[in-house]
Design a protein around this ligand. Structure first.
Ligand code: PAF
Length: 279
């Protein structure tokens, strides 16, 4: 497994792999790898000759009051996990190399960045799109795999790739859940066992909406009402949003239809959790 910590070496590694006629798959991460990441990385490993994983905690996607400083970091543990899976290279650039002096060029996906998380995290998707574009330019992958838990991020990236004519196939990977239903996330590390139990009600609320939809209920308010009761009963009182949106443009729907997305963001004693389900 190659350990690459600088941009020039990453570029020349990818150039060589490409010149040899091999396909590169890429999984960008911010580290603190969990089973969800590992499943996605195994998928990436299977579809290409060479699999590259990046680990970079991107300050540009965190707001000034968000958890950039306390975001979980354990590079040695992550390296061990990736070695076990058998990825070909890990790219872990330094902050000062990715955002050098007077960095001032950003990418924005103007409409898709606005709803859902975009309303509460101004600048977040600008930071995500910018770092992902930079990573694509450095790693030069044929395929890049993203998890569906960050559904809005996935749509933002797909749109950027389409609008900017990038030569990367974006592959999505289904949400990986714990047995309790809780969607796996690096931020679950912040939760103690009581909070984890409470957090399960987030996925329960989504499953409840899907069950109701499957019985023929399509009115947004009817669908959301019992989900709110599940969340309130579990004392999840900080619901940032719970919405039914079109699965592609993320536009709010009054009447739900097949393929729509139910998306939620909630805070549990300060920890922000997101989840979603397709109808
Ligand atoms: O999903 C993430 O972990 C990050 O948003 C990403 C795609 C690695 C960009 O920093």
């Amino acid at each position: 497994m190659k350990l690459i910590d600088n941009i020039a070496d990453m570029k020349s590694y990818s150039d060589r792999i490409r010149a040899e006629g091999n396909k590169i798959s890429f999984v960008p991460t911010m580290g603190a790898l969990h089973t969800g990441h590992l499943k996605l990385i195994k998928n990436a490993n299977n579809i290409s000759d060479i699999c590259v994983v990046s680990i970079f905690i991107n300050p540009a996607q965190f707001g000034p009051t968000e958890d950039f400083n306390k975001y979980p970091r354990d590079l040695d543990k992550d390296k061990g996990l990736l070695k076990e899976i058998g990825v070909d290279a890990i790219f872990f650039p330094k902050l000062e190399d990715m955002y050098g002096d007077h960095f001032q060029t950003y990418v924005e996906v103007e409409e898709l960045q606005k709803p859902l998380c975009g309303k509460l995290r101004p600048g977040h998707f600008k930071g995500v799109a910018t770092i992902v574009l930079k990573l694509f330019n450095i790693v030069k992958p044929h395929y890049a795999v993203f998890g569906e838990k960050d559904y809005q991020q996935l749509q933002v990236i797909k749109k950027m790739v389409c609008d900017l004519n990038l030569d990367v196939d974006i592959i999505s990977h289904p949400i990986v859940r714990e047995q309790s239903g809780l969607a796996m996330s690096s931020r679950n590390d912040y939760l103690d066992s009581g909070q984890r139990e409470k957090a399960c009600s987030i996925s329960q609320a989504l499953f409840n909406i899907k069950q109701q939809f499957d019985t023929g209920i399509t009115d947004r308010n009817n669908l959301l009402d019992s989900a709110y009761s599940i969340l309130n009963k579990a004392n999840i009182d900080e619901i940032e949003y719970l919405e039914i949106v079109d699965g592609k443009n993320l536009i709010e729907k009054k009447l739900a239809g097949p393929g729509d997305l139910v998306a939620i963001a909630a805070r549990l004693d300060g920890t922000r959790l997101i989840d979603n389900i397709r109808l």
